[in-house]
Design a protein around this ligand. Structure first.
Ligand code: GS8
Length: 219
């Protein structure tokens, strides 16, 4: 596939990791520029003036924003190599539903569980545990969310496994004890090179989260 790809991202961002995984699945070479979110670059502000968030994929100078939209774009321009969305329209809709569920439920509650305090933090943890239960039920006994092969829902959710350590340490629970199927699925996904090379060390994420917590709470 012709063209030049530049990814504006940030190591611990689960949204950025999705794009790293998709680019690796598609075998696309790219340059990554990591942003400082407290001092956003003029390039980020120019390429994503609406949300001013990472990730942004710049393809031949043109920006594509929002991680799941970027992943679908990559899947469309590189259909034959490692297809991510199923070809059946219903299955595609189903996969998109779960990608959207992860965005609406995992990220905000996960974030409240480590970045808030008191009741707000407790309710973030409680809802996160409920959401993870729902996702584990959706996985069931299948190796991957879509069945036998790694796909769009796996890619949407697997970056959050790098955050599991932060969730369990801050929330004082064990992911392995509460969600053994999700933990086993995460390890299965890590056997793919596209995933293992895109996910940072969970301890690094924990340190990052604790630094951010201090800034958010003024501690
Ligand atoms: C979310 C991106 C996002 O929150 C997506 O791409 O899927 N729906 C979007 N990015 C964060 C970093 S990861 O927590 C971000 O760029 N935040 C900057 C800000 O809020 O100013």
């Amino acid at each position: 596939m012709a063209g030049e790809f530049v990814l504006l991202s940030l190591g611990p961002s689960p949204f950025g990791m999705r794009v790293n995984i998709a680019l690796a699945e598609k075998g696309i070479e790219y340059e990554q520029k990591d942003e400082n979110l407290f001092d956003k670059s003029p390039l980020l502000l120019q390429m994503n003036p609406i949300h001013k968030k990472v990730p942004v994929l710049i393809h031949n100078g043109t920006p594509i924003c929002e991680s799941l939209i970027i992943v679908q774009y990559l899947d469309e321009i590189s259909k034959d190599k490692s297809p991510l969305l199923p070809s059946d329209p219903y299955q595609r809709a189903h996969a998109r539903f779960w990608g959207d569920f992860v965005d609406k439920k995992v990220h905000p509650n996960g974030r409240r569980s480590w970045a808030a305090k008191g009741e707000e933090q407790e309710s973030g943890k409680k809802e996160l545990l409920e959401v993870l239960k729902v996702i584990e039920e959706e996985l069931g006994d299948k190796p991957y969310f879509n069945g036998e092969t790694f796909g769009f829902v796996d890619l949407s959710f697997v970056p959050f496994t790098a955050w599991f350590y932060t969730y369990e340490k801050v929330g004082n629970f064990s992911m392995e004890a509460e969600f053994p199927k999700l933990v086993a699925w995460g390890k299965r996904c890590m056997e793919r090179e596209s995933v293992s090379k895109s996910l940072p060390d969970p301890h690094m994420i924990y340190d990052y989260a604790m630094d951010r917590r201090k800034i958010f709470l003024g501690e």
